[in-house]
Design a protein around this ligand. Structure first.
Ligand code: 6PG
Length: 243
């Protein structure tokens, strides 16, 4: 396995700076070959600070938001107005503060949109991306303390899903439904960046990076170890791991 790119920062500001710089670089790199860049956004809490800074600094750093298309790597099956909605979090942190057309924003379907579904979103991605080529230019991912990423949770059939591009999953222990892009589609991103901070992630991260192959237990291991996978870590999450 190729080593992943590990970027470890002792303080939060340096960590944020590095992530923002990476995103700006991927956008400009993508625009050398085509007229827009596709970014898949992660949810949860870690990335919010990055989305807020992108809202404030993106234009200053040369981003033309009309050249960026936003997708979601996963979503909770709740309306966009629900506090758990990843779309709502991104809207409040980023979308409400930048000039971007509605056509550039591709929220995942929610249960209150009967006409849409995980497979409809999957079809949208399949029409957008060639089946063999790259999928997103950039996939931002988080890491759960149980080793999940996107909504690919341990011991769910999403861990083994190789065919569907987007799939719904029911999490028994949480009694909630989620929708997630599957590992094969994430792995075809031109760049992948895990954003992982906090001591509570250190054990899972160690298993993902250096543990024995056990994707049922640590699904983030599915995201292939190769030069296009970058980990942006703070010291707490990295533990004794060195870059
Ligand atoms: C979600 C995310 C999920 C998240 C991890 C880490 O919908 O919750 O996509 O995969 O990235 O659970 O979450 P935190 O960043 O909040 O720790």
């Amino acid at each position: 396995n190729q080593p992943q790119e590990l970027h470890i920062f002792k303080d939060n500001t340096l960590w944020q700076e590095a992530v923002i710089g990476f995103i700006v670089d991927v956008i400009s790199d993508s625009l050398t070959e085509k007229d827009h860049c596709s970014i898949s956004l992660s949810g949860g809490s870690t990335p919010r600070q990055i989305y807020e800074r992108l809202a404030k600094e993106g234009v200053k750093r040369g981003i033309n938001w009309e050249t960026v298309h936003f997708y979601w790597g996963d979503e909770r099956a709740v309306p966009h107005t629900h506090p758990d909605s990843n779309y709502k979090m991104v809207k409040e942190a980023l979308l409400d503060h930048i000039d971007i057309s509605a056509e550039n924003v591709h929220p995942m379907p929610t249960p209150d949109q009967p006409e849409s579904s995980a497979s409809v979103y999957g079809l949208e991605l399949q029409t957008k991306f060639a089946p063999e080529g790259n999928s997103f230019d950039l996939s931002l991912l988080g890491l759960g303390d149980d080793g999940h990423t996107a909504s690919i949770f341990p011991h769910t059939d999403l861990v083994r899903e190789q065919r569907a591009w987007v799939k719904e999953v029911y999490l028994e222990d949480k009694d909630v439904y989620r929708i997630s892009v599957t590992a094969p589609v994430i792995n075809r991103s031109r760049y992948i960046a895990f954003l992982v901070t906090g001591r509570n992630k250190a054990d899972a991260l160690k298993e993902v990076l250096h543990g024995e192959e056990n994707p049922e237990e640590y699904p983030a291991q599915l995201i292939r170890k190769s030069p296009n996978v970058h980990f942006f870590l703070d010291r707490d999450a990295a533990g004794e791991i060195e870059a």
